[in-house]
Design a binder for this molecule. Structure first.
Ligand code: HXC
Ligand code: NAP
Length: 296
């Protein structure tokens, strides 16, 4: 889909890059020539992912400082960091910057679970808001301030969810946090745009990952219900998400700023259209019976 050097010379940080969508983006960005830092709380998960991704083939990608190697080993770096902790984020960004500035930040780390809102404890609210909203703020501010100070261009991509603009029952801490992430994206796209910083977001529909599906579709009966809501009748894939992300962080999309791109097989619009469920409710016979009778 892309030339193999699309992201060569780009330095990327992906929060939550040890698993799921973050790992898929890391793999794709490496294939396209980027140097990729992944962070998360669990060091062993990060190390395992870094070891796996170090074997990614970089067929024609340029490899600055990699000694002509055809593997991504020199380009993948794991840094344990809890994005809820502002000091830890600053220390991580400092350590990356000591080598060279980042060019791309991907705010992907998240926490979520389904629950009845009236039963949430204060700690339950905080457990999600502090990762999704505060973690995104900490990382965005840490990179943004450095980019502005050094007059270095940069781009931020945040992973949101389709329910951010409208809310959703049963995932309310996530909904309020993702809404904040989208507001941050649109606000800073305007405030920082004239200084070479772009911010965009992707709002994916359901994409099978262990982390997400074990928490938001935790019972087997929920999965077919979720699939049925999607006009394409299937879930998205991590590869589809990674391709869209690669485009949005690359210079190929340099005029896209402040946008939230939905990638959900049409699920959101299916739910919004007043008559969109008629395809399921009415049979061929029903449609025939509704045709105007020919006047004799
Ligand atoms: C009610 C719950 C709960 C649940 C935890 N809590 N799970 N309450 N229902 N299912 C409560 C706990 O009882 C506790 O409150 C508080 O939340 C903190 O719980 P901890 O387990 O101590 O928190 P922590 O270790 O910080 O873990 C954070 C987490 C966990 C969010 C709860 O799930 C996590 O680490 N998630 C990271 C990965 C993740 O969630 N990925 C999915 C992203 S999918 P008390 O008061 O008892 O102490 C996504 C979009 C999906 O975001 C959209 C699909 C279409
Ligand atoms: P995932 O595998 O659970 O990914 C979440 C990642 O965030 C994990 O690697 C986790 O690692 C990391 N993380 C959590 N808390 C952290 C913290 N405090 N500091 C640093 N890292 C932290 O789930 P996923 O499906 O790939 O989700 C990725 C993103 O896509 C999230 O933003 C999610 O909201 C969004 N999304 C997913 C779907 C879907 O269907 N998959 C749909 C819509 C949106 P540690 O636990 O080791 O910290």
């Amino acid at each position: 889909m892309f030339t193999s050097d699309l992201l060569s010379n780009k330095r990327v940080l992906i929060t939550g890059g040890g698993t799921g969508l973050g790992k898929a983006m890391a793999r794709r960005f490496l294939q396209l020539g980027a140097a990729v830092h992944i962070c998360g709380r669990r060091e062993e998960v990060l190390e395992q992912t870094a070891a796996e991704l170090s074997q990614v083939n970089l067929s024609q990608a340029r490899l600055p400082g990699a000694g002509g190697s055809k593997k991504a080993k020199a380009l993948i770096h794991a840094i344990p960091c809890d994005v809820r902790n502002r000091d830890a984020v600053e220390a991580m960004i400092d350590s990356i910057w000591q080598e060279a500035p980042l060019d791309i930040l991907v705010n992907n780390a998240a926490g979520n679970f389904i629950a009845r809102t009236e039963e949430l404890s204060p700690r339950a609210w905080e457990s999600v808001i502090n990762i999704v909203l505060m973690g995104t703020l900490h990382c965005t501010m840490a990179c943004g301030r450095r980019w502005l100070r050094e007059k270095h261009s940069g781009t931020v991509l945040s992973i949101s969810a389709t329910y951010a603009p409208v809310g959703s029952a049963y995932v309310v801490p996530s909904a309020v946090s993702k809404a904040g992430v989208e507001a941050l994206t649109r606000s800073l796209a305007v405030e920082w745009g004239n200084r070479g910083i772009r911010l965009n977001a992707i709002a994916p529909g359901p994409i099978p990952t262990q982390g997400a599906f074990s928490r938001v579709l935790p019972l087997p009966k929920l999965e077919p219900i979720a699939r049925e809501r999607i006009p394409l009748r299937r879930f998205g894939t991590t590869e589809e998400l990674a391709n869209l992300a690669a485009f949005l962080v690359s210079d190929g999309s340099s005029y896209i700023n402040g946008e939230v791109i939905r990638m959900d097989g049409g699920e959101f619009l299916q739910g919004a259209g007043e008559f969109s469920n008629l395809g399921r409710a009415l049979s061929d016979e029903d449609w025939e019976s509704l045709k105007p009778r020919k006047k004799s």
